[in-house]
Each structure stands twice: as C-alpha cells, then as structure tokens.
Design a binder for this molecule. Sequence first.
Ligand code: ACM
Length: 538
Amino acid sequence: MKSILARSLFLLTFIILFSACAEKKKKRVLNLPETDLASENMIPKPLRVIPTNKGFALDKFTTIYTSGNSLGFAEVGEFLAKKIKGKTNLDIPVNVDEVPDQEGIIYINQSDSLELNTPEAYQIYITQDSIILNSNTAEGAFRGIQTLRQIIPETSIDTITEYNVWNIPTGKIIDSPNFEYRGSMLDVARHFFSVKDVKKYIDILAYYKYNVLHLHLSDDQGWRIEIKSWPKLTEIGGSTEVGGKAGGFYTQEEYTEIVNYAAKHHIMIIPEIDMPGHTNAASVSYPILNGNGKTPKLYTGMQVGKSTFDTRKDTVYTFIDDVVREISAITPGPYFHIGGDESHVTKKNDYIYFIEKVEKIVQKHGKRMIGWDEIGQADIDSTSVSHFWSSKKNALDAIKKGMKVIMSPAKKAYLDMQYDSLSKHGLHWAAYIPTDVGYKWTPENYEGIPKENILGIEAPLWSETISNIDELEYLAFPRAIGYSELGWSIEENRDWENYKVRLANQAPFLERMDVKYYPSPLIDWKKSKYSYKEIEKE
Ligand code: ACM
C-alpha cells in the first residue's frame, strides 16, 4: 500500500512539474519528418506495433523519470541514460526535480496493469511530447528500454534547430516474450575467456533481450572456477586449455563480479559442472575421483567421451556436495547445470545411479537440476530440466516425467557449427549452420516436443576452435541475434525476408560495440566500415 501511495505521489509530482514547465513557456513545435514505427529495425520483433507517424524529439531538453527507487526502476532509467549518451552524446538527466527548459519526457513507470501478463511484458506509448514505458517489474522495463535503444535513429537531424534532434517515431508497442527462458551458453572450459570478455558478451545479449547466460565451467581440458575446499581443481585442472596454452579460472570473487554484472542486465547466470563424463581436469587434480581405470593426465586435445568419475565411490559425492554447495552459495538463480552428456565410458546403470544421487545434492543446496538430454534416462524429478541437444527420445522421456525442456538442437542452434565450408572457425559434426538456417526453424514445433513442455531456447557456443573474443564474436554473431527472435517473438511474427532486412540494419550497432561479426553474404549489410574480404584477411 505504502509503495502504491509513494508511486502515485511521485507520478502526481511529475505531472504537476511537467505541466508547470509546459505552461511557463511556449512549447517548441518541431516540424519533424513523418516516421513509421512499424518499419523500425527492432530485433526481436515486438508482439504488436501501432504507428502514429509523428516524431518525438530526443534532444538536450529530454528528461528521464522513473518510478521509485526500491523497485530497480531508477537503475533502468540510469542505464538508458548511459546508453543514450553512448549513441548520441546527449546528457539526459534522470529523476532530477528541477530541469530548466525540460521539454520531452521519458517516463519509466511501474504499472500493475493486468494487460502486462508476464514479468518481462512491457508497453511503450510514444507521443510527440512523451514516451511512457509501463511494466510490472524492473526486468520488464529493462527489456522495454532495449526496444527504445533500437528505435533511436543512428543519425540526428540538424537542419530544423541549431542543436541535434533524434526523431523517434510515435506509436504504441505492446510486447511480451514467447518463451520465459532465452539463453546462450559460453564454454569457458575448452578455452578460457576473461571476465572482460564475458561482460562484453553480456552487453550484446542484453540488447537482444536474452535473460540467461549459461557458463560451461568444467570439462576434460579445464576447470574454471575456484572451489575453496578443493584448491587443486584450479591450480592443476585450470592450468591449461585446448591447444596447450595457459588456461585460467575465475576466483569466486570474479565469478560474483560476472553474476552481478549479468544481474544489472537482468540476465541470470547458470553454472555448469559437467559430470560424470567430461571430468578429466577434475580427475587430474584429484585422481581419487577418476573412474576410467587410467592415470589421468592433463588433456589439451578435442576428443570427447573418455573420462568418467568413479560413480560408486563416496568421496566422489562428498566432492560434488562441496562443489555444488560452494557454487550455489554465490549463484542467486534457481538452476544448477550438471552436464551429464556423452558419458561414454560410464556404464549405463552407474550413470543412472550417479544422476539420481547428484539430483538430490543439487536439491539439497536449493537449486533445480538442469542436465543435457541424456539425464532423461534416469528416474528424476519433474522439477529437473532436460537440455535437449541431440536425442529426441531422451527429451520425450523427460517430458513423460513431467520435466521441462530447453531447446538447443545441435543441428540448428549450436553457435560453434561453421556457417559453411569456408568458415574460419567452428566445427561441422552436427551441420553447417548458415545464418538463414539458424533462423528458419520452429522451436515451438521441433522433433515433436510440445510447446507447453518447452521452457525456452538456448544457443550454446562451444570453444574448441575459438580462443579470443574476436573469434567468439565471429561464431556468435549474427546467429545469436536470430536466436533472440526465436526465443522472444511469436511464430506469426517471424519471417526470414523481413528479419534479414532488420538484421542488415544491426551493423551500425555491432560496429559501435566493436563486435567482429561474420558478415554473412546472405545479408545486405547496412553500409559498413569493413567488407567480408577485409575480415577474412585479419
Ligand atoms: C554436447 O554437445 N555434448 C552437449
């Protein structure tokens, strides 16, 4: 009640202030050129766009106001102001009471409207005088300001006034996500990526309304997160990577820095410790864990399926309990990913025994278990989640148990698959995935997995063939932009011919962000500072 009252008072003050300012002096009437909100290059495409063909002048007289502080709305306003500064160099005040010459207002408002039917739903009303963004939650407001960022023109008009004006098209946007889970995965185990690299990846994902970053933190070639009770994991297991160079790892403080940075972008981090296979780095660090009968050695190759924990040893479960406890304590999100894929040297009954025991450990530490689709073979709880990558049968078995499924079919959604046979990086064991193939599939209706069982989609980026941020960006972009639309926009709103024009117009943003995307020849990229050939030469 108190907060509703506070909010109403705030809104009232804002209206009074705004009207007072408007009366004090004659309002500017800017003769802005006609615009069309419906033909803006928004990705993912919003649910509904109703244009009114006038213009809101974003300029040095614009001010941002938000609902009260405690809800995270002020932070969303500050974030928007920072991004407007980056794009236009305008300094837009946020929640400042007395702004002289204030003209246009962007109001980011907490609304309890029933029309906003999911936490991420938002509506934007743009008129010549104001932009009002309504959402139930700061998360929804954050998604909404990404849309606003996308409709600020790349260039200003400087012929109407002596200062620059960015002409934002008027109209109404009504939007909410198709799937609640929209993720990407980054494999920091095969090659290690710095905190800085991960933050840059988060910046781009957030712009396209992703809400999950899954970090693949351990594999045969490397263990990448400090576990205080088992220090050799990073000392030994973190020491190298594919190709044999020095690896690396996140201290718990650095991991927390990533979690917090992601949270500011309303993105949840999901940690993955892959087991009982993909565990060579752990077993080299602590040979007592090993179950494949060989003396473990550091591994810097690219093969899979040779390692396993000893699933019948109590020490293994003491170890897993410590690892899950320490990571869960610094992971605010509800999920813990246990891998579970490609355990080719684990006997089937040992595998099932293992997954069932690990599920209990994950639950004991307050998390829901996610595992690659193989976990569907075990007798596990409906609250656990199957991560479909390869086996339709495993995913359908999981559904029979009442489990939800995350869609990452390797043939369609793996970001590490090459675009074509000329791609500089990537593999093609599942498929070549050109930009159009990555976009033209229907997660709602794939391999007979019913939509009501689908939590959402995720685009995994495995890192056997990439070792720095430029290479990461080459594989991730532009395809990850298409997956954002598959996750957010309803099927009726998705169309390759329409999408590819909007994608072409992402070039200025990607270049401003210094993203070394693959300039797919299928796309008529908006005038860009480099050509495909120049990139190939790099
Ligand atoms: C996987 O690609 N092994 C999940």
